[in-house]
Design a protein around this ligand. Structure first.
Ligand code: SAM
Length: 186
């Protein structure tokens, strides 16, 4: 069984016009992805931002819930937020995970090239291999270079019938993807 951590990427991501930019950290994303990571037994949630002021904000949120007043009031959240690690870039996240880390990407519309179905991804994760950093985007999605360089591009989540829309919030996408990869059979 392979070690897996999640990265919530605020840079490099796409903007509305297809330009590369840095997005702001969102309180709700950190809480919800932290809970998902805890619920599915993953190693950590790396919140990636090159902006020192944004990292400080995220550290303060974490501190409030893990060691401060918030955690004393709602201990559940302390456990979820304890999984959060704030890093400046993906390289720092890879170093923290350790070893020859594979990047796996998620996207509503992956660029050209093969995508890996969830059944195959589950099989890969159950076997031996390097640790996996599972990337989720913000803004208008992960930068094309991240998708191009990924060891595995997961197939987009979509409904069984054609609804013509599959652009989920990163919070919803993370919950669905982790359940497809690590959920118990229903
Ligand atoms: N501002 C938005 C929000 O509130 O979440 C950001 C959207 S962000 C582009 C959504 C991220 O969730 C994508 O980069 C991708 O990681 C993931 N995602 C969204 N829809 C998806 C889908 N249908 N299949 C797989 N991943 C998806």
């Amino acid at each position: 069984v392979r070690r897996v951590a999640v990265a919530l990427v605020h840079h490099p991501v796409l903007g509305r016009g297809g330009e590369l930019l840095t997005t702001s950290i969102t309180n709700l994303d950190v809480h919800d992805l932290g809970r998902c990571v805890l619920a599915y037994g993953l190693e950590a949630l790396y919140v990636v931002s090159p902006l020192a002021s944004q990292r400080l904000l995220c550290e303060r949120i974490r501190e409030h819930w893990v060691n401060g007043a918030g955690g004393r009031r709602i201990p559940d959240r302390a456990t979820a937020l304890a999984a959060v690690r704030v890093v400046a870039d993906l390289e720092e996240a890879r170093r923290a995970v350790g070893g020859e880390v594979e990047s796996w990407t998620t996207a509503a519309e992956p660029r050209g090239g093969a995508v890996t179905p969830y059944a195959e991804a589950r099989r890969l994760l159950a076997g031996d291999g390097p640790p996996v950093l599972l990337l989720f985007g913000t803004g208008w999605g992960l930068a094309p270079a991240l998708l191009d360089a990924a060891a595995v591009r997961l197939e987009p989540v979509r409904a069984a019938r054609d609804t013509g829309f599959n652009h989920l919030s990163v919070r919803a996408a993370c919950a669905v993807v982790l359940d497809r990869l690590f959920g118990a059979p229903s």
